[in-house]
Write a protein that binds this ligand. Structure first.
Ligand code: AVJ
Length: 340
């Protein structure tokens, strides 16, 4: 065991172009709570504590997604290395703890790695660990919100194929229409032949799905409530997270798991100079997690300019990992996923 190096081997790119991040968070929080029904954006789950709690969700016995995806990445590592090719540039979206990518790095042996995350300190810590553990790898970190169009930092274009790695079924957080916009933005960022290795949770029985989002240890509930803790600490709200109950269920018509925070009583909370009323039992819709059939996801990706090259499942067929290549023509220009 050696100490972490004092000087960083990671090349940091600040692509977080928002002028005032705090104001953005407050504006979004207010807009969500003034709406009927009330909502909050799941991207605000991931402050440092939120990222830690998500990390803990991934090891809960009920949350099969992470284990199933890791099984695919381990069992199919050589097939993945084969389709990606040598000297690749691996771009990981929402890299978080950068744990899943390790199997991939060892199999694919890319030349460059770029971790992209909205959680700045978490991103820096985890990419520095990667750089220390893989001295042969050129490690970059981009602090960015990948719901806005991005560009590849210069210095990463030399070498083999750029391949976006988007694991964990994070694409499921977006409605199918926004998922298509996000994939179009990625297609626009990549050259023709660029790759997309993406983990997608499959539609399945209600019981398995609902248990995954209602773990017995209450970690998902804590993750959900952490959003309100951020309203308290960062936005100065008097909201009490304990006065909201975690609820997660399958909405079969929409093919998604929904997460909500349900007010335990009639109450009024202060936020940004406003007083916002809640009825007893009124909910804040905090997250959607869309589930796909293999064919539906291929169709979605095709509409964004990606051609299916490979598809793998875990032995229980709970989870899918798709590999696509960007075709030579694109239909769409980059656009923000945020309306307005
Ligand atoms: C990171 C969006 C894939 O939807 O399963 C886990 C987030 N929310 N438990 C998911 C999450 C509640 C997760 N994604």
């Amino acid at each position: 065991m050696s100490e972490a190096p004092m000087t960083s081997a990671v090349c940091f790119h600040d692509q977080h172009y928002t002028l005032d991040i705090g104001q953005d968070f407050l504006d979004d929080a207010i807009a969500g709570l003034l709406n009927s029904p009330k909502w909050a954006s799941p991207k605000y789950f991931y402050d440092y504590r939120g990222s830690q709690l998500f990390d803990a969700i991934c090891t809960q016995p009920e949350y099969y997604l992470t284990r199933a995806e890791e099984k695919v990445l381990t069992d199919r590592a050589s097939e993945i290395a084969e389709v990606v090719g040598e000297n690749a540039t691996l771009i990981e979206l929402g890299s978080g703890a950068s744990r899943k990518v390790r199997t991939l790095l060892e199999a694919v042996k890319p030349r460059h790695y770029l971790g992209v995350d909205i959680s700045r300190d978490f991103l820096i810590q985890s990419t520095e660990r990667l750089a220390a553990d893989y001295p042969w790898l050129d490690v970059h970190a981009a602090w960015a919100d990948f719901t806005s169009p991005m560009h590849l930092p210069s210095g990463l274009d030399a070498g083999g194929r750029p391949v976006v790695f988007f694991p964990g079924s994070s694409i499921g957080n977006f409605t199918p229409a926004l998922a298509r916009t996000l994939l179009s933005n990625l297609a626009n960022m990549l050259p023709p032949g660029g790759g997309l290795l993406i983990g997608v949770d499959r539609m399945k029985d209600r019981e398995i799905l609902e248990q995954a989002y209602n773990d017995a240890a209450g970690v998902t509930a804590a993750f959900n409530r952490n959003l309100l803790t951020r309203y308290e600490i960062e936005l100065g709200s008097d909201i009490d997270p304990e006065q909201f109950e975690h609820r997660a269920f399958l909405n079969e018509a929409e093919q998604r798991i929904e997460m909500h925070l349900v007010s335990r009583k009639a109450q009024t909370v202060a936020l940004g100079g406003l007083r916002i009323p809640f009825d007893a039992g009124e909910s804040i819709h905090t997250e959607n997690s869309y589930k796909y059939s293999d064919e539906d996801f291929k169709t979605l990706a095709a509409h964004a300019g990606f051609e299916s090259r490979a598809l793998w499942h875990d032995p229980d067929r709970l989870f899918s990992v798709h590999y696509f290549e960007r075709g030579s023509t694109l239909e769409f220009l980059p656009e923000s996923l945020i309306p307005g």
